[in-house]
Ligand binder design. Structure first.
Ligand SMILES: [Zn+2]
Length: 263
């Protein structure tokens, strides 16, 4: 009885330790995601740190690069020249932290690391698509492989279902894109979207793909409605990129699956 109690206590404290580590690491991961988002679409090398100030080219020191803290301490300006640092880095650092908190609240403990891996990856893809209308293959394709590897390691019974999800995700969106192009005479969805839905299927499985598409489409419609209310007119040719909504929907379905709402 006593042994059981100690065991339980150990499990709880291990979960808490894993949680605090995630929360501490998340803003640093966010900083790195920011570098990927800024540099990858332009073909620039992604290294671990922003090395110089974009305003005065001063070489930045370690204390200038502490996520969130440096930005707050310097009131959003470069310490050397006063150049505004902008909202991008604190924004992505906070978003990465939000992903970690979200994962911890839903899953807790060590399982949250896998959730975060997916969440941070999707965050990067969605943000790049929003900025550049681009879903780079170097990010979507490995996400398919990592999803299937995670299934093989942690959930082998689901491997077939998730491999099927990847294949169906890719082919169904390509089919929709082909029909759309025939009907409207222009591209509505790109191959990048199909590859993103393939990676989505590799994580949530074939059975949950309709939910991903539904939530993605509904959130895109909601965003379009909000933009309209805010006075931004969306014409057919100035549509929104679909990637951020697919990424969001994948994250929602993945997390709800892990607490037993889905499949
Ligand atoms: Zn500067």
């Amino acid at each position: 009885m006593e042994a059981y109690g100690i065991d339980f206590f150990e499990q709880v404290s291990e979960a808490a330790a894993a949680g605090w580590t995630l929360i501490l690491v998340a803003p640093f991961v966010g900083s790195f995601l920011g570098l990927i988002i800024r540099r990858l679409p332009d073909g620039l090398p992604v290294t671990w740190a922003r090395s110089v100030c974009e305003g005065c080219n001063t070489r930045l020191k370690v204390r200038d690069l502490v996520p969130l803290y440096s930005w707050l301490a310097q009131k959003g300006r470069c310490r050397y020249c006063g150049h505004p640092l902008g909202w991008f880095y604190p924004g992505i650092e906070l978003a990465a932290l939000a992903v970690a908190l979200n994962a911890l609240l839903v899953n807790g403990g060590e399982g949250a690391w896998l959730d975060c891996l997916l969440g941070w990856w999707l965050l990067t893809l969605g943000w790049i698509d929003l900025r550049c209308w681009l879903l780079p293959d170097v990010l979507t394709l490995p996400l398919v492989l990592v999803g299937l590897a995670a299934a093989a390691l942690f959930d082998p019974e689901q491997l077939t279902q998730r491999a099927l999800g990847a294949a169906l995700g890719y082919s169904s969106l390509l089919a929709v894109a082909a029909v759309y192009k025939r009907l409207r005479g222009r591209e509505g969805l790109g191959r990048g979207d199909a590859k993103l839905l393939a990676s989505s299927g590799a994580w949530v499985g074939a059975a949950a793909l309709p939910q991903v598409i539904l939530i993605g489409a509904l959130s895109a419609l909601a965003a379009a409605a909000c933009l309209r209310l805010a006075g931004v007119r969306l014409y057919a040719h100035s549509a929104l990129p679909f990637g951020p909504f697919l990424a969001f929907a994948t994250w929602v379905v993945w997390l709800s699956g892990s607490i037993g709402f889905v499949g």
